[in-house]
Design a protein around this ligand. Sequence first.
Ligand code: BGC
Length: 531
Amino acid sequence: MAGGVVVNAGGGKDYPGKLTMFVLFACIVAATGGLIFGYDIGISGGVTSMNPFLMKFFPSVYHKEQEAERNQSNQYCKFDSQLLTMFTSSLYLAALVASFCAATVTRVAGRKWSMFGGGVTFLVGAALNGAAKDVVMLILGRVLLGIGVGFANQSVPVYLSEMAPARLRGMLNIGFQLMITIGILCANLINYGTAKIKGGWGWRVSLALAAVPAAIIAVGALFLPDTPNSLIARGYTDDAKRMLKRVRGTEDVEEEYNDLVAASEESKLVAHPWSNILQPRYRPQLVMAIAIPMFQQLTGINVIMFYAPVLFKTLGFADDASLMSAVITGLVNVFATFVSIVTVDRLGRRKLFLQGGTQMLACQIVVGSLIGAKFGFTGVAEIPKAYAAIVVLFICAYVAGFAWSWGPLGWLVPSEIFPLEIRSAGQSINVSVNMLCTFIIAQAFLPMLCHFKFILFFFFGAWVVVMTIFVALFLPETKNVPIEEMVLVWKAHWYWGRFIRDEDVHVGADLEMPSANGNGKVGSGKLGGMQ
Ligand code: BGC
């Protein structure tokens, strides 16, 4: 084998090189693209629980809420308004559509320009929202924010996974999720402060401050280098080699460079990524690009993220206390993400998925039972403080489980499994399915709470059972495997292997695929940790 290349336990090559400051810094800057997404997730729930905001834009919801308070009537239904949920979820529809345009920009112009475009559009949306005079302006602003999120979420995870050395890819990619959680937390804190502003214009500050994370990623993107993969794909081969040396901190990049060029050559044979992704040999990646984001949303996490203040209000917390509880879940979300940063490249993706899923399920059962025991189906009850605190505690444990499993891995895994020729298209499918499911859940949650009541927690719990079994059976371990060699992992999988013909397996110069009967020569011939 050439140069200093060795085959690692994960079945792929370990290219020479170390984690350079250059790559670390580039990844931190790119990851800030997650801030805009996170800020938005956190800000909308808090704003929609502020009375002056409701009075101005959604007076019918405001009156219904007041009436529910006066009459002590059904708590489950007091926020059920399609127009109000449309405010939250319009962003996700816009992001869904935008991620398809972003696929082209990311492929043709490079990853950084997608990030830049995302930041700038988000900035304009923030200005419109902060100055909103009516619902139309408000929703228009949100559509622009959505376009920004679509572009950023399409490009950032791919950028991070391409920049990172294989054995640290999980850690660096999860920087994106970390920024999402920091964005959510900042938004929760800001809402906590602005809700106190006398005069009823605090919500404007909350919405306008979205300009800060937008400016960070827009300016940051201008200074980012493009990934070697993208440079090669666009024909800048000399620049790509120079960049690869710089990001890996070594001159010994020949082997990795040749493999990237080989991957790029192969990708050129594929003229239409969109129709190609439907070929049987891409079936495992396509299924994952749909299933992973769908399952991520079916954990029910955004019920907590969007509606934490509303949910805590429903549980009988006062305005202030419900925003404070949202801050607490926000903090848990940030800190628990570090658990996955530290463990994802050692334990691997599967273990985190399985552990996190189990923990979330247990918490959902407890929270559903506690709420059901108090509110029953009528939704009328006084909840003692200690009881509510225990509910919050289990909600936090649920959030922690998500924050080290489906949260980060929902972005990491799809970004590392696509071969170059379908990477941009595949990532768009991932983003759009994520946004579609987020939209459906955002739109459906309040009516669902109103009709299903506490059963809603069991509904999401049942999905967690399904997704955990899915991971156990169908998701191979991808830790440490270089991104351009991922086909080996699928080929060796007990189920997906059948979709990939031997001749579809090319991984650079000197690695051959272990054939189904074990004649190949990938290291020891075994792909570690695989099902
Ligand atoms: C999800 C979001 C969610 C957030 C919570 C992200 O990975 O895509 O929908 O709100 O995690 O931290």
